[in-house]
Design a protein around this ligand. Structure first.
Ligand code: GDP
Length: 175
């Protein structure tokens, strides 16, 4: 039998996008099921873990937090190393964060050589009254980029698990 803590697959995921879009919050929500209204950026490369079960397989997810380094545009080869999936995140109340998705995509392409599955995330759907990017605009971009698209709220937990599971399922297909 398998010992405790064993797994069938180890999958490394990352969240990329502008500072403030909610990457740390989504990660925390997914890994620990908690939400911190005042999360302060930390220094260094931070991992969180969650083990999920998909189609009878135990998948250990290693979730990388860029910990504020996106601010300095210093997300580089070292961060992307071994990443198998990336959640590209924007904030639906921040148009610039949406426009910057294509820049982040270029950054990913520049710094990765391995195959990486990507998914587009519009976060903060609980702030509907302040929405600046429509669902349709998000969907269109995702279609252009040939990615799945989810709108999430790290605050009320809406669609967070769904997004992470969808990306993981895509990756598992090619393993
Ligand atoms: P990061 O810089 O991309 O890691 O963003 P953070 O996770 O640090 O979040 C930035 C700010 O947005 C924090 O004040 C969070 O509490 C807030 N935030 C993150 N996600 C959500 C969300 O889904 N809804 C709302 N209302 N606030 C959020």
């Amino acid at each position: 039998g398998k010992s405790m803590g064993s797994y069938d697959y180890l999958i490394k995921l990352m969240l990329i996008g502008d500072s403030g879009v909610g990457k740390s919050s989504l990660l925390l929500r997914f890994s620990d099921d908690s939400f911190d209204m005042n999360c302060t950026p930390t220094i260094g490369i931070d991992f969180k873990l969650r083990t999920i079960e998909l189609d009878g397989k135990k998948i250990k997810l290693q979730l990388l937090d860029t910990a504020g380094q996106e601010r300095f545009k210093t997300i580089t080869t070292a961060h992307y190393r071994n990443a198998m999936g990336i959640l590209l995140v924007y904030d639906i109340t921040n148009e610039q964060s949406f426009k910057n998705i294509e820049e982040w995509l270029k950054n990913i392409e520049k710094h990765t050589s391995q195959p990486v599955n990507k998914i587009l995330i519009g976060n903060k759907t609980d702030l509907g009254a302040q929405r600046k990017v429509s669902t349709e605009e998000g969907r269109k971009l995702a279609e252009q980029l040939n990615m799945a698209f989810y709108e999430t709220s790290a605050k009320d937990k809406s669609m967070v698990d769904e997004a992470f599971f969808a990306l993981t399922r895509d990756i598992k297909k090619r393993l």
